[in-house]
Design a protein around this ligand. Structure first.
Ligand code: GLU
Length: 313
């Protein structure tokens, strides 16, 4: 039987904070308990947001928490050829087209408000005459968009349960190649997951609506069955917004630098996974006791008392 494979896929846009560290820890623990191989992949294609040195910092932090992997790190920006081949195929099959409309022009033509994420919805009425025709892919000054079919996609999430999504309504023709000369997140993640043999994806549920888009790309690229998805609730601040800088310094490395033991951080994440009230836990202990079914379904709230507890108060 071919082994199951998962990936840790950080974007080096900043340091790991407690929220994304928890997702990585769960992903790692599921893999180690289930005998899946782990690939480490650095997703550094979102150039404007990438911070120099962040990838190295994330790798250091993952190691400090006791996480390991079997392959990688693979760095997306090092080789764009597989993404280009995927674009050639989409363009040849009439499934992608260049589009140089500005944000304002797209906004003006879009009746429904944007939902789901921060991406702009692109109405099919904006498609140029070339959409649907076989084209030669040329990375140039335009974005390339994927021709999103008008239909529902069922994402049968192994944690969140089944959802029906209609990417045509939610987001429309999304960008697969950017005018900066790079694949978009959606395209890169599908090409890499397929190319690296990934069978199981564990990530935050802010990406649940991306799963339907990614499944459409799997189909369009003839990449076989899409992976099994586990979308987990996010960690939020007391104001209900997802954990970020505005909630103070929740970077794992800041706690480590302040002398907080990795075992204390893992114990907090275990508490957040419904694993009782441990005071100290290694990553191994976490993997041994971890159970997907005890993870609360609701978002986790990180509060000042968690911060005090971490610091021994
Ligand atoms: N690199 C993405 C992130 O850090 C994760 C992408 C994914 O898991 O599909 O948000």
């Amino acid at each position: 039987m071919t082994p199951r494979v998962t990936r840790l896929a950080p974007s080096p846009t900043g340091a790991l904070h407690l929220g994304n560290a928890r997702t990585f820890l769960i992903n790692w623990a599921l893999a180690r308990r289930s005998g899946w191989r782990i690939v480490l992949r650095i997703e550094d294609l979102d150039t404007p947001r990438i911070k120099s040195g962040a990838a190295e910092g994330i790798v250091r932090t993952l190691r400090a928490l006791g996480l390991d992997w079997d392959e990688g790190p693979y760095i997306q920006s090092h080789d764009l050829s597989a993404y280009e081949r995927a674009m050639q195929r989409l363009a040849r099959e009439g499934l992608a087209y260049p589009c140089d409309l500005s944000r304002g022009e797209i906004e003006a033509a879009t009746s429904a408000p944007n939902q789901g994420d921060h991406e702009q919805r692109f109405d099919s009425s904006l498609r140029p005459a070339s959409a649907g025709r076989s084209l030669a892919f040329e990375p140039g000054a335009a974005n390339w968009r994927f021709v999103v079919p008008e239909r529902e996609v069922v994402v049968d999430d192994a944690f969140a349960g089944p959802t029906r999504q209609n990417p045509a309504r939610l987001i429309g023709d999304f960008v697969v190649w950017t005018r900066r000369g790079q694949p978009s997140y959606q395209l890169a993640v599908v090409v890499d997951d397929a190319g690296q043999g990934v069978t199981d994806i564990v990530r935050g549920d802010d990406l649940l609506t991306s799963a339907a888009r990614q499944m459409l790309l799997y189909e369009a690229l003839g990449l076989g069955p899409s992976p099994t998805y586990f979308h987990l609730p996010l960690v939020r601040g007391a104001d209900g917004r997802r954990l970020a800088k505005r909630h103070g310094d929740t970077r794992v490395e800041s706690y480590l630098n302040a002398g907080v033991e990795p075992g204390r951080l893992i114990a907090l994440m275990a508490r957040w996974c419904g694993m009782g009230s441990p005071d100290h836990l290694t990553s191994r202990d976490f993997a041994d006791h971890f159970d997907l079914h005890t993870i609360p379904r609701a978002d986790i709230v990180f509060s000042e008392s968690d911060d005090r507890w971490l610091r021994g108060g």
